[in-house]
Design a protein around this ligand. Structure first.
Ligand code: ZN
Length: 242
């Protein structure tokens, strides 16, 4: 089974549309690691697409915040403004869907899906040190996570944690004896210095992982954010990928 793995879509329809087009014909199912909404101007379109197309989804912190499940006081002012705008924009079906999303970790046919880490849905795993703390706590040898908006992986190999390098668009065979924590990156708001929408394709039969990026109509996504009255920094940051 080939899975298209998406995370941190953040209501960016133009990015999602470009990813799906680019990956067309190369996946059998869609797995989503949360943060469907928040920041971007198309929460209904993106949520409806995930509702219709994803085989499994876990919730992200923005999905909770934007559907009224969280106290927004711990959010920074920009994220809070976006969450409040999104709450007002979501239609009742999408709001109900976001509220009902399961907390990770979730199992998807032997793969683990998480938003933050497999231990805590709100935990950021960005460094080898942070990943090392999860040794012995991964539910399965192939775990996928998001939340940091950084495309990259951690490999647990013989008691050591390393960061394997996977070249873009080149299927890489994972080491049979290693465990992996894989972040496909953010489709809707990359923060690793590359503005292109990030995603991954994983073929579990072959144990092949492919990291990809695709260009999308960033100017259109930006225009919609500004026209919606969302904080302009949310439009600006899409083109820097930071
Ligand atoms: Zn996010």
């Amino acid at each position: 089974m080939r899975s298209l793995i998406l995370s941190d879509l953040h209501a960016n329809w133009e990015a999602l549309e470009a990813v799906v087009k680019r990956a067309a014909g190369r996946f059998d199912r869609v797995l989503c690691l949360g943060d469907l909404v928040g920041y971007g101007a198309d929460p209904n379109r993106v949520t409806a697409w995930v509702r219709a197309n994803a085989a499994a989804v876990v919730r992200g912190n923005h999905d909770r915040a934007c559907s009224g499940m969280d106290d927004l006081s711990w959010f920074n002012p920009i994220a809070r403004a976006a969450a409040e705008w999104t709450q007002g924009a979501l239609n009742p079906e999408n709001l109900a869907y976001l509220r009902a999303l399961p907390r990770g970790p979730a199992d998807a046919g032997g793969l683990t899906l998480a938003h933050g880490s497999p231990v805590d849905e709100d935990e950021y795993v960005a460094t080898v040190e942070e990943a090392s703390l999860l040794e012995g706590h991964l539910p399965a040898p192939r775990c996928f996570f998001g939340h940091t908006h950084l495309q990259g992986a951690f490999e647990y190999r013989r008691g050591r944690v390393v960061r394997p390098h996977f070249a873009l668009r080149q299927p890489a065979r994972l080491a049979r004896d290693s465990w992996y924590l894989v972040n496909p990156g953010s489709a809707g708001q990359p923060r690793d210095g590359d503005w292109r929408a990030a995603y991954a394709i994983y073929d579990d039969a072959e144990d092949l992982l492919t990291y990809e990026r695709t260009e999308y109509d960033v100017a259109r996504a930006q225009r919609k954010i500004v026209e919606a009255g969302l904080p302009e920094i949310l439009a600006f940051r899409l083109e820097t990928g930071e």
